[in-house]
Design a protein around this ligand. Structure first.
Ligand code: ZN
Length: 212
């Protein structure tokens, strides 16, 4: 036997309202979709031309000093991410920049994407990495000269660990990957991952000097 009192009726109404809200939410996602990246990020990614504007200090300090966030699974699988990586790779290798690494905040996007020239691999290819973090810093500290596309006209002397273990996500399988990197390539990884934390090499430099 079932006895229905006023409390049951109230609960029923609350349940029906909750179901309606959930159904409307699902309908909205089906109709409009959830787009990867923010509208502002999509505008930057989809701008015409393959060489992107490189953010510089001090006028672009808001994006260069922000902490970047991981890409969502949807963003990792998106066409926008392929376009962003292609354009970042083109930008860092363009004669106007001629860099060895670039991070997404340097093109105005606070997401964890970097491109690094792998001097430790045959052919020294440029490669893109997603949702990258430093896992472990190892080995002795060594001083080396660094410059940055976002701080033109300067070099500095920075101490970095000789070896770094990085972890990132393979976008085709969404599986985590770890890689142990040494030498100059390890310095590039540390410099670029610093960008994702809003840290610039000038924060760590023992000394700075102008290029001319
Ligand atoms: Zn830099």
């Amino acid at each position: 036997m079932y006895f229905c009192d006023m409390t049951d009726k109230k609960n029923l109404w609350i349940s029906m309202a909750a179901c309606s809200v959930a159904a409307l939410g699902i309908l909205a996602v089906l109709l409009f979709g959830v787009k990867p990246f923010t509208a502002a990020e999509r505008r930057i990614i989809n701008q015409s031309g393959n060489v992107m504007y490189v953010t510089v200090m001090p006028q672009d300090s808001a994006v260069l000093r922000a902490v970047s966030v991981d890409l969502s699974a949807r963003e990792l699988r998106s066409e926008e991410l392929k376009t962003l990586a292609d354009k970042m790779l083109t930008t860092v290798q363009d004669p106007s920049q001629d860099g060895v690494g670039i991070a997404a905040p340097q093109v105005g996007i606070n997401k964890r994407v970097i491109c690094v020239q792998r001097f430790d691999k045959p052919g020294e290819p440029f490669e893109a990495y997603y949702n990258i973090h430093i896992d472990t810093l190892m080995g002795p500290l060594k001083s080396g000269r660094e410059g940055c596309l976002s701080i033109p006209g300067y070099y500095g002397s920075v101490q970095r660990n000789e070896t770094v273990v990085v972890r990132y996500v393979d976008p085709s399988t969404l599986t985590p990957v770890t890689d142990t990197v040494q030498g100059f390539t390890a310095v590039i990884f540390q410099h670029e991952i610093d960008h994702l934390e809003g840290i610039l090499y000038t924060d760590r430099a023992d000394s700075l000097w102008q290029t001319n």
